[in-house]
Every structure is written in structure tokens, then in C-alpha cells.
Ligand binder design. Structure first.
Ligand code: KG4
Ligand code: ZN
Length: 401
């Protein structure tokens, strides 16, 4: 079927107006139109979206109404990938296939138990479609499209990083653009000016490793296991952050000086490797390494780099709120230092609730609600993409209005 036909099939038959809109009966056509508009603006509840997230190593399904999470289930594969020291894409895809049906049943049961939600109450089905591991993404995309077709609901593809931005909408009812988002996940680190739903400008980014990736690599070289962020964070709390001075990665500009917002973490990782080798060489008898001090020094350097750049972006672009998204938003050092620095500069900082920092489907549903409310829908021909810039989100949608 051509793309357009699939798309119109997906939203033509869908009933995504509120029950009050559908059941109202009016005498004249013109009266009906006007009243419906007023009703949909004043009493229509926020849309309810069921979303699927399978971009990496978490199988997640959530049901969200506006910014209210009705259910959120995450089946983590971390224990499986830990054996290999990182995510094995083919294993991730197979695990998603095995977990998706149970995750869906649990998410539906939870929303039904807590809020009496059933299929009639769900306005749209969404799924992460980029960026991510393509095999893993395809499991969620296939599940979401199937649900959309079977239940006659509109379908929306969601950009994973936009989901991380929307995680903070789940903790703050009043949050609205413009603001700065510091996106710090396992695969991405960027400073994004948020101008509206789907309207993003990347002000700065890492030129090499992402912040989460640096945590994972440093944990591996210290034999701390996978994922590295939580374990380094825990150890850092008992270590001395000034024990080992480590270099903060900077990006030189051709005309001299440094890029004010772009960051680099691969040199820092190499510096930790050299430091560890030196400390091991000083302990030929295999004496214990000061792992907590190394972790604290490394974490403090990452945090300093992120905080400095986030504050610079916010003040230079006149953005009074900084929102943090992605797995590294769970980091205790980042939470503490960014709050302190923001307070000094008169800025507001919002972190997502801890359970919505790492991958989950509630944030994907929340982002989908925003696109749904703008009348945007995705084609059922939409595929998964391993890479897609956050500035290219508009290509995921067509207008249904
Ligand atoms: O957002 P996320 O769950 O997945 C991606 O989209 O990549 O982020 C996972 C990353 C991993 O690199 C993990 O080590 C890191 O987030 N992470 C942390 C913490 N918890 C998770 N990094 C630092 N401190 C933490 N507490
Ligand atoms: Zn993520």
C-alpha cells in the first residue's frame, strides 16, 4: 500500500476526540460546530497515549494522559547484558520480542486497576522510532503499529531524545518552552534550546564520547561492571573529588580559544586509563587501587564540564530554565552541582523523577501527547532509524488537521 494510503487508513477511522464531543447532540449544524469547538477547548480532557519504548535494553510500555502517568512498566535487560560488559544488539532484539506481550498486559492492567482505563480511553499509540538499535526499535514499532491497526487508533513515531526532554514534563505541570535542555544519555550529550514541541536548536554537543558512555567506559576499565553510571556515582560519594586532577576536554577553535559549548570526554577517559596504569605500576604487589577517589575525581570532572556549558548556554541565550534529561540526569553529583550553579545565576533547574531519567515509555508517551495535540500523526510506513538528529523530528509527522 502506498505511504499516503496507509497513513490515511491509520487516522481516518480513528476516534480521538473526547467522549463528550462524540456524544453531544445539537439542533443546528452551525450551532453544533461552534459548541463542539468550545467544548473541545474547555472540557476535553488531555489525550491519553499508550507508548512503547524498545530503542536499547529496556522493554517499556506506559499509558499517559496529558502529563499524568496512568501506568509505566519497564522490563530491564541489564542483568543479561552485564555478562557481556555492554549491550549486545541481537540479544536486545530477542529479549524485546520475549518481553513485549507481558509488558503490555501489565501496563494495561495497571492503568485499568488505578484509573479504570481501557482501550476506548486510549486516543493514540506511539513508539520510539529513532535513534536506537534498529533491530530493537523494530520490535516496538511492529507492536505499536499492530495495536494501532487492531484498535483503530492513530499512530505516532517518537524521537527517543525528545522523550528524554519530555521526562521533565512529568515532574513539573507548569513547564513550557522556551528552556535549555541538557541531554545526557548513554549515546548522546547535547545542549538543546527548546523552542516548542519538535522545535529544537542544538547549541553544543560532545565531539566524541557521550557523558554516559564515558561513565560506562571508565567503569569497565576499573572493573566495576555495566552500566557504569550508577556504580561510579555510588563510589564517588565516598571518594575525594580532588584526589586526582583530571583534564576537562575542550574543543579548540581555529582562530584560537575554545568552543564555549561543545564538550569532549574521550581524553578524560584516556587520562583515567593512564592514571589507573600508573597507580597499578606503583602497586606491584597488587595492592588495592583508590577506586572511590578515582571515581569521585572522574565524576567531578564530567560534572564540571556539563555544568559550566549548561550555564553558559542558558545565560547566553536568555533561557531562565534548565531541564536535564537522559540516564546521567540521575547522577547525584550533577544534580547537586547544577542546582548550586543555577541558584547562583538565578536560573531554575528541573530534573525528571529518578525513575524517568533512564529509558522508559512514560516520557515517550508524554512527547507523543504534545505532537498528537498539534494534530500530528505518523505514517504506518514509518520505519526505525539508528540515527536521526533531534532537529529533524518534523519528518516523522504529517498534519492530520
Ligand atoms: O538514557 P539512558 O537510559 O539510555 C540511553 O538513551 O542511552 O542512559 C543510560 C546511561 C548509561 O550510560 C548509564 O551509565 C548512565 O545513563 N547512567 C548514569 C547514572 N545512571 C545511569 N550516569 C551517571 N550517574 C548515574 N547515576
Ligand atoms: Zn535513553
Amino acid at each position: 500500500m502506498p505511504k499516503e494510503a496507509l497513513l490515511s487508513a491509520s487516522y481516518k477511522s480513528a476516534s480521538y476526540k473526547s467522549a463528550s464531543y462524540k456524544s453531544a447532540s445539537y439542533k443546528s449544524a452551525s450551532y453544533k460546530q461552534e459548541t463542539c469547538l468550545i467544548m473541545s477547548l474547555s472540557v476535553s480532557p488531555s489525550p491519553t497515549v499508550l507508548a512503547v519504548e524498545t530503542s536499547c535494553d529496556e522493554t517499556a510500555i506506559a499509558i499517559v494522559r496529558g502529563r499524568q502517568v496512568l501506568s509505566s512498566v519497564v522490563a530491564s535487560q541489564i542483568d543479561i547484558h552485564r555478562r557481556y560488559g555492554g549491550v549486545v544488539p541481537e540479544v536486545a532484539s530477542r529479549e524485546h520480542v520475549g518481553a513485549i506481550a507481558t509488558t503490555l498486559s501489565q501496563a494495561l492492567a495497571e492503568a485499568n486497576r488505578e484509573q479504570s482505563v481501557n482501550w476506548d480511553d486510549i486516543d493514540a499509540i506511539a513508539t520510539t522510532c529513532a535513534p536506537g538499535l534498529v533491530g530493537a526499535l523494530m520490535v516496538g514499532i511492529t507492536a505499536a503499529k499492530t495495536l494501532a491497526m487492531v484498535h483503530n487508533k492513530p499512530f505516532l513515531g517518537v524521537h527517543h531524545l525528545e522523550g528524554h526532554i519530555y521526562a521533565s514534563y512529568l515532574s513539573d505541570d507548569t513547564l513550557k518552552p522556551p528552556f535549555l535542555c541538557l541531554l545526557v544519555s548513554g549515546g548522546h550529550t547535547s545542549f538543546v534550546q527548546v523552542r516548542g514541541a519538535g522545535d529544537y536548536v542544538v547549541l553544543g554537543k560532545t565531539r566524541d564520547d557521550a557523558a554516559g558512555e564515558a561513565f560506562d567506559k571508565v567503569a569497565r576499565l576499573l572493573d566495576l561492571g555495566y552500566p557504569g553510571g550508577p556504580v561510579i556515582d555510588r563510589l564517588a560519594q565516598t571518594g575525594n573529588p580532588k584526589a586526582f586532577p583530571l583534564p576537562e576536554g575542550k574543543i579548540s577553535l581555529p582562530g584560537g580559544g575554545f568552543h564555549p559549548y561543545d564538550a569532549s570526554f574521550s581524553g578524560l577517559k584516556t587520562a583515567v586509563l593512564r592514571l589507573t596504569e600508573k597507580l597499578k605500576a606503583e602497586r606491584p604487589d597488587g595492592g588495592e587501587l583508590p577506586v572511590a577517589d578515582i571515581a569521585a575525581s572522574f565524576q567531578a570532572t564530567v560534572v564540571r564540564s556539563l555544568v559550566k556549558r549548561a550555564i553558559a548556554c542558558a545565560t547566553d541565550y536568555d533561557l531562565s530554565t534548565i531541564v536535564v534529561g537522559g540516564g546521567v540526569a540521575a547522577n547525584s553529583g550533577l544534580r547537586q552541582q547544577l542546582r548550586l550553579a543555577a541558584e547562583k545565576h538565578g536560573l531554575k533547574v528541573i530534573f525528571p523523577p529518578m525513575k524517568y531519567c533512564t529509558d522508559n515509555a512514560a516520557m515517550i508517551a508524554c512527547a507523543a501527547v504534545a505532537h498528537f495535540e498539534r494534530g500530528e500523526r505518523s505514517s504506518l510506513a514509518l520505519g526505525g532509524q539508528s540515527k536521526l538528529s533531534i532537529t529533524e523530528i518534523s519528518q516523522l509527522y504529517v498534519s492530520a488537521l
